[in-house]
Design a protein around this ligand. Structure first.
Ligand SMILES: Cc1cc2nc3c(=O)[nH]c(=O)nc-3n(C[C@H](O)[C@H](O)[C@H](O)COP(=O)(O)OP(=O)(O)OC[C@H]3O[C@@H](n4cnc5c(N)ncnc54)[C@H](O)[C@@H]3O)c2cc1C
Ligand code: SF4
Length: 344
């Protein structure tokens, strides 16, 4: 049985108190639901000596309409659990991509504990890293923790671990912003700017900052969807995901669009050429095929997740096409079923 290492635990009641604790020297880490961090600590991938629990911080746990800079949208506290998110009618009705993404994270038990903030800050993943200490020691570790080399690409100067959060691509497609609070300052950044393509330093969040809230704008006239490729439909991390959002004019042409790919790099990837290709167009089969082809180009998946790499590359444009067909209103339940069967 893997045991947790010893650590000190604080349970602040306010964001201010939590930010002050985080600012103190000693490398404390935040813990929300603990569904990512605690298993990592058991495997000694992350070994903070102090944890600052966020579960008692009430101000992180609400979903409000029309707050802050985004008057007509929603502000979701980082401590809202994924189950609470999925049960909120406003998310289901107006933010389809976020609803579909959150409802496919892990299992019901993990969604009851796991929070939106924890999901956005989820550690990157890799077959050579998500192993217990003894396994990692047997290969002399790797650059992400305790070692020097990257086993996925031995000449790589940086870690290529994979961004595996489901909600981040969805929120990028929805044009969300996040608020980051430290003991001295508060700043709001585009959700897209929270990430960088480096498997170790995958967040631009400073170590003394708490992600307190996510702001999503009003999506009047928009539709959005999220597709996730994984081995087991009941629970598994994504090995490829596609979040797509589009604003439709009355005549069915697309006025604005965003297509974001997840799990193909150390950050969600903006397939902007594909989004540009659909603007001013109706989503015909030809337009979808062209956009799917362009979307697959910027993705450079590596051989460090589940499934054969060649196959993952090959199906990428199919999954983008499925997402775009659902966006135009096709009933894609059959395709979803077929895709699940292909993976068995
Ligand atoms: C078996 C299994 C399957 C899983 N499947 C999936 C899946 O399919 N998709 C998926 O996306 N995830 C999956 N997860 C990972 C995890 O359950 C979810 O990502 C969950 O949403 C994490 O939230 P949490 O609150 O538990 O995060 P925690 O474990 O508490 O924290 C995760 C990270 O975020 C940081 N953090 C937490 N809150 C904040 C904050 N407010 N501000 C700044 N930093 C913060 C922590 O310091 C830590 O680094 C799975 C986990 C398990 C164990
Ligand atoms: S990508 Fe390379 S450095 Fe990063 S976790 Fe995997 S093996 Fe380690």
């Amino acid at each position: 049985m893997m045991r947790l290492p010893h650590f000190k635990y604080h349970a602040p009641r306010t964001v201010r108190e939590a930010a002050e604790l985080l600012a103190a020297p000693g490398g404390a880490m935040l813990v929300a639901g603990g569904t990512d961090l605690l298993p990592n600590m058991k495997r000694r991938q992350q070994v903070p000596q102090t944890l600052i629990g966020l579960r008692c911080v009430a101000e992180l746990r609400s979903i409000q309409s029309g707050v802050g800079l985004r008057e007509a949208g929603l502000t979701i506290g980082a401590g809202v659990t994924l189950t609470e998110l999925v049960r909120d009618r406003r998310i289901g009705e107006s933010y389809g991509a976020l609803w579909q993404a959150a409802s496919q994270v892990a299992t019901p038990h993990l969604r009851n504990m796991g929070t939106l903030g924890g999901n956005l800050c989820l550690d990157t993943r890799c077959n050579y890293y998500d192993q217990n200490y003894e396994w990692r020691k047997s290969i002399d570790f790797c650059m992400k923790k305790d070692g020097k080399i990257c086993w996925v690409a031995t000449g790589s100067p940086k870690c290529l671990a994979v961004s595996s959060t489901d909600t981040a691509p969805a929120l990028l497609a929805l044009g969300a912003q996040v608020t980051l609070v430290s003991a001295n300052a508060t700043r709001q950044v585009a959700a897209s700017d929270l990430y960088q393509n480096d498997g170790i330093h995958y967040l631009t969040r400073r170590p003394d900052e708490i992600l307190t809230a996510v702001h999503i704008p009003s999506m009047n006239g928009w539709r959005s969807v999220y597709w996730k490729l994984r081995r087991r439909g009941s629970f598994d991390f994504p090995v490829l995901s596609v979040a797509a959002a589009a604003k439709f004019a009355d005549d069915g042409t697309i006025e604005a669009a965003r297509i974001i790919l997840g799990a193909v790099a150390s950050r969600p990837i903006d397939a902007s050429a594909a989004a540009t290709a659909v603007i001013g167009q109706r989503l015909t089969d030809e337009v979808i095929a062209h956009a799917a082809e362009s979307a697959a180009k910027p993705a450079k998946p590596m051989d460090n997740t589940d499934f054969d790499l060649t196959w993952r590359k090959r199906v990428m444009k199919d999954v983008v096409a499925y997402a775009l067909r659902e966006l135009r209103g096709d009933d894609v339940r059959d395709w979803r079923r077929k895709l699940s069967k292909q993976m068995l």
